[in-house]
Design a binder for this molecule. Structure first.
Ligand code: NAD
Length: 424
C-alpha cells in the first residue's frame, strides 16, 4: 500500500485492554491501513506510548521492532504531558484505570489532539462538561469506546427497536460476572475503593441508553463487600444497580444491572453476560454462553483459553485463504474512530473541516457530548456506594429534580444533596 495519508497516534495505558484490542488495531492499521472514497488510503502509526512504569511498553516496543517504526515511551511522572510535548501525534487513546481517565483526557484535548477514551469516559458530569468544552474550544473530537454497541446481537436488538418491531421496553436485566482473577491479580494495584459496576455495568447503562432512548429518572444501587476488601470498607465485590427511565409517551421502564468480579476463576462462563429485555409485544434474551461455543482443552481452559469464547468480540483466526488474523467488534470500534478522525482531517477541503467535525460530533454512539446520562448513572452509583461505605446506605438519586440535575436523597434526610446542579 502506498498511503496518501497518515495519522500519528499516542497511547496512554499499556495494560490488558491495550494488549487485547489496541495492539491488534495499531498493527493492522499500520500494515494494511484503511480506505474510503472520501480520502483514499490512510495508515495509522503508533508514535508514542505513556504508562506508569514503562515495563510492558518496553516489552512491546521490543516485540514490535521492525514492524511498526519507532515508538517513544514515556513514564510517570507526567507521562502524558511529556508525550504531548515530545512527540507529534494526531490523536491519543486513553486506557488507564477509570479514575485516571479525566486528567489524561484533559491534557490530550488541551493540547488540541483528538481523544479516544475507554469507558466509562469519566466519573462525574462536571468532568464531562470540562472535556466537552475543551473539545469544542480546540476543534477536536472527544469520543468514548463502547464496543458492546457494535456487537452484532446488540445491533440487531437496536434495529428491531428502531424499526418498531419491538415496541416499548418495560423492564429488563443485564448481568456481567468477572472471575476473581480480575479483582485479585489483574486489577489488584488500583482496586482499592473501586467497584465492578463502574467498570462493567457501564457497558449496559450505555446499551440501554443508546438503544431505547428516554430520559433517566432515578438511580439506586447496593452491593456486597468482604472478599476483595474488608466487609465494612469501600471496595466492592459485587453491585446491583437499578435505573428507571421515562419515555415520551409518559411510560416508565426499569432496568437492573448486576455485576461481580469475584466469581470463581474456573466457572464455565469466565466472563458471563446475560441480558433480558421485556417489551409490550416481545422478549429479547441474550446469553454469552448460549449464543456461543463452549470448548474444553485439558490443561488450557479456562485460564489460558476461555471456555466460552466470544469470537465476535475479538478472536485470533486462520482465515479460509490462509492468512492469520485477529478481528472482532472490540477492534472494529477502534478503527471506526480512526476513520472518523481521517474523515475530519482528510475528507475534503480544509475550509469544510468544521462541518465535517460537526457531523462526527453528532454520532451519539461514541461522542462524549452524548455520554451525559451514562456518566450521570455512573456518578450516582459511585456516590450511593461511597455513602453506603460511610454508613449511609440506600440512597436514591433523582435526575433533573427541581433542586438540581443530580439530587441524592438519603433515608431520613428532608432535603436532597445536589451532586450536579446543571441539567443532565
Ligand atoms: N473495552 C473493554 O472491553 C475494556 C476491557 C477492559 C478494560 N477496559 C477499560 O480500559 C481501561 C484500562 O483497563 P485495563 O484492563 O487495560 O487496565 P490495566 O490495569 O491492565 O492497565 C492500566 C494501564 O494504565 C497505566 N496507567 C495507570 N496510571 C497511569 C497514569 N497516571 N498515566 C499513564 N498511564 C497510567 C498502567 O501503567 C497500565 O499500563 C479502563 O478504563 C477499563 O475500564 C475496557
Amino acid at each position: 500500500m502506498s498511503p496518501t495519508h497518515e495519522l500519528r497516534a499516542g497511547m496512554v495505558g499499556m495494560g490488558m485492554i491495550f494488549d487485547e484490542t489496541y495492539r491488534p488495531f495499531f498493527e493492522q492499521a499500520h500494515s494494511h491501513g484503511f480506505y474510503s472514497p472520501e480520502y483514499g488510503a490512510c495508515r495509522v502509526r503508533l508514535a508514542a506510548v505513556a504508562s506508569r512504569t514503562g515495563t510492558r511498553a518496553e516489552r512491546y516496543i521490543e516485540q514490535a521492532a521492525g514492524r511498526l517504526g519507532p515508538i517513544a515511551s514515556y513514564t510517570e511522572p507526567d507521562a502524558v504531558g511529556r508525550l504531548l510535548e515530545g512527540t507529534e501525534v494526531d490523536f491519543v487513546c486513553v486506557a488507564t484505570p477509570d479514575d485516571r481517565h479525566f486528567e489524561a483526557a484533559r491534557q490530550v484535548l488541551s493540547a488540541g489532539k483528538h481523544l479516544l477514551v475507554e469507558k466509562p469516559s469519566v466519573l462525574s458530569l462536571e468532568q464531562l462538561d470540562k472535556l466537552d468544552r475543551l473539545a469544542r474550544e480546540n476543534k477536536v473530537l472527544a469520543k468514548v469506546v463502547y464496543h458492546k454497541l457494535l456487537d452484532p446481537d446488540h445491533k440487531k436488538l437496536r434495529t428491531l427497536v428502531a424499526d418498531g418491531l419491538l415496541s416499548h421496553v418495560n423492564n429488563g436485566y443485564c448481568t456481567l460476572l468477572e472471575p476473581k482473577m480480575i479483582s485479585g491479580s489483574q486489577f489488584a494495584q488500583w482496586i482499592r475503593g473501586r467497584n465492578p459496576g463502574t467498570y462493567v455495568a457501564v457497558h449496559y447503562i450505555k446499551l440501554i441508553d443508546f438503544t431505547f432512548g428516554g430520559r433517566l429518572e432515578t438511580v439506586t444501587c447496593t452491593g456486597q463487600r468482604g472478599l476483595v476488601g474488608p466487609a465494612d470498607g469501600d471496595t466492592w465485590d459485587s453491585t446491583q444497580l437499578r435505573l428507571t427511565y421515562r419515555y415520551d409517551d409518559g411510560r416508565d421502564a426499569t432496568f437492573d444491572i448486576h455485576t461481580s468480579w469475584v466469581t470463581p476463576d474456573n466457572f464455565p462462563g469466565y466472563v458471563e453476560q446475560e441480558v433480558q429485555f421485556r417489551f409490550d409485544n416481545g422478549v429479547w434474551n441474550g446469553h454469552s454462553r448460549k449464543r456461543g461455543v463452549e470448548c474444553t482443552i485439558e490443561g488450557k481452559t479456562p485460564y489460558e483459553i476461555k471456555i466460552s469464547m466470544n469470537n465476535h468480540y475479538n478472536g485470533t483466526f486462520i482465515e479460509p485463504w490462509g492468512e492469520r488474523s485477529q478481528r472482532g467488534y472490540g477492534i472494529e470500534v477502534l478503527e471506526r474512530f480512526a476513520r472518523e478522525v481521517a474523515t475530519v482531517e482528510f475528507g475534503g477541503p480544509r475550509e469544510e473541516r468544521a462541518a465535517r467535525l460537526d457531523r462526527a460530533r453528532r454520532l451519539t454512539y461514541n461522542d462524549i457530548s452524548a455520554d451525559r446520562q451514562t456518566v450521570a448513572a455512573v456518578q450516582a452509583m459511585e456516590t450511593i456506594l461511597a455513602r453506603h461505605a460511610a454508613g449511609q446506605p440506600n440512597g436514591v438519586v433523582q435526575v433533573n429534580h427541581e433542586a438540581g440535575g443530580l439530587a441524592l436523597w438519603l433515608p431520613g434526610a428532608s432535603e436532597p444533596e445536589v451532586l450536579y446542579a446543571g441539567r443532565v
